[in-house]
Design a protein around this ligand. Structure first.
Ligand SMILES: Cc1cc2nc3c(=O)[nH]c(=O)nc-3n(C[C@H](O)[C@H](O)[C@H](O)COP(=O)(O)OP(=O)(O)OC[C@H]3O[C@@H](n4cnc5c(N)ncnc54)[C@H](O)[C@@H]3O)c2cc1C
Length: 315
């Protein structure tokens, strides 16, 4: 396969790469993993922002649980679910298990539990760690993207780079670079010492999904949702999550809180991810705005971005 090679700079000596991915979260790291697997010279720049969604995400791969049937995202969600086993196997060649686990159940309003066939869960922080094992990732805060010399100059707090193509995957912070993405805060609890319950949705409460799943790092109970950039937990979140835990898994009152997670979901005005050419910046492709479905949709987005880079879209 032939990727487009950067054809020069604006005369200033800079480190130069074929593709630079801005943001190494669930989307950026899996996009970069696919590009790297296809032979591209790819570098990931990540600012390690507090509130990065991948650190707080549950890892449910649940088109039904998230009530996507009948929405424009349903087909992509099913495709994401279908692609996950092969992607998980490829990631695990790094030596890091991603804990893909089949089986999700839903509690019924009148009592009882039903299975939702085909749905699954995984461990998002492990997914990012596994992908990053195979990638070059530099700690850098990208400050601006400047089209120049047939590519893009990437200005960061750790110096400048030049790239033939840039993929903007900065999660909720992508809005800084001129696209319509904002933050929807979500809080969750990780409880220690709870029984293994697999993955389970509770009956909906005031429009929010309540769910719990057993993960290698504890029992995850989630998740709140509100329009906020705050990255620290609050008392309302704690109360709601403790209530959710009681509904979903009896006998968790005494369970120790191992972590109170807070993440910023990257959301768009119409709820659909932005995957395509940047509206004003030549050389930049956007992969952002996956809201509450980034883990589920990441395999589809990664494949689409790979296709666009191959075809030279917005190059
Ligand atoms: C509580 C909670 C539960 C969730 N549960 C699920 C779930 O069960 N299933 C599911 O599919 N999805 C879930 N999600 C959604 C999922 O986490 C997101 O859709 C996904 O993480 C988005 O990926 P991203 O890479 O776009 O953003 P992020 O994961 O937020 O990653 C963005 C990255 O960009 C970096 N960055 C930001 N700005 C810059 C910059 N200027 N320069 C360099 N780097 C930068 C950050 O450091 C970060 O690492 C959940 C989210 C939350 C908050």
């Amino acid at each position: 396969m032939v990727f487009r090679v950067a054809n020069g700079t604006d005369g200033i000596r800079m480190r130069s790469r074929e593709v630079i991915v801005v943001g190494g979260g669930l989307i950026g790291s899996l996009v970069a993993f696919r590009l790297r697997g296809a032979g591209a010279d790819v570098l990931v720049l990540d600012a390690d922002r507090p509130g990065a969604a991948w650190r707080a995400a549950a890892g449910l791969l649940t088109p039904d649980g998230e009530r996507l049937r009948g929405t424009p995202l349903h087909a992509e969600a099913l495709e994401g679910l279908r692609r996950w086993p092969a992607l998980a196997a490829a990631l695990e060649r790094s030596g890091v298990p991603v804990h893909l686990r089949p089986g999700v159940t839903r509690m019924q309003p009148g009592g009882g539990v039903v299975g939702t066939p085909g749905e699954a869960s995984l461990h998002p922080p492990s997914v990012v760690r596994a992908a990053r094992q195979e990638l070059e990732v530099v700690a850098a805060h990208v400050q601006s993207l400047v089209p120049s010399g047939g590519g893009v100059r990437v200005r960061t707090d750790a110096g400048d780079w030049f790239a033939g193509q840039v993929i903007l995957a900065a999660g909720a912070w992508s809005g800084v670079f001129g696209v319509g993405v904002r933050a929807e805060q979500g809080q969750a609890l990780l409880l220690r010492g709870a029984p293994d319950i697999g993955a389970r949705y509770g009956p909906p409460a005031r429009g929010f999904s309540r769910y719990a799943l057993s993960r290698p790092d504890g029992l995850y109970v989630g998740a709140t949702s509100r329009r906020s950039w705050a990255t620290t937990p609050d008392v309302h979140g704690t109360r709601w999550l403790r209530g959710a835990a009681r509904t979903l898994v009896p006998d968790t009152d005494g369970a120790e809180v191992a972590a109170h997670l807070v993440g910023l979901r990257p959301v768009t005005p119409d709820g659909l991810p932005l995957v395509g050419p940047h509206p004003t910046l030549p050389g930049v492709l956007v992969a952002a705005g996956h809201g509450r479905h980034g883990a589920l949709l990441a395999p589809v987005t990664a494949a689409r971005v790979l296709g666009m880079v191959r075809q030279g879209v917005n190059a």
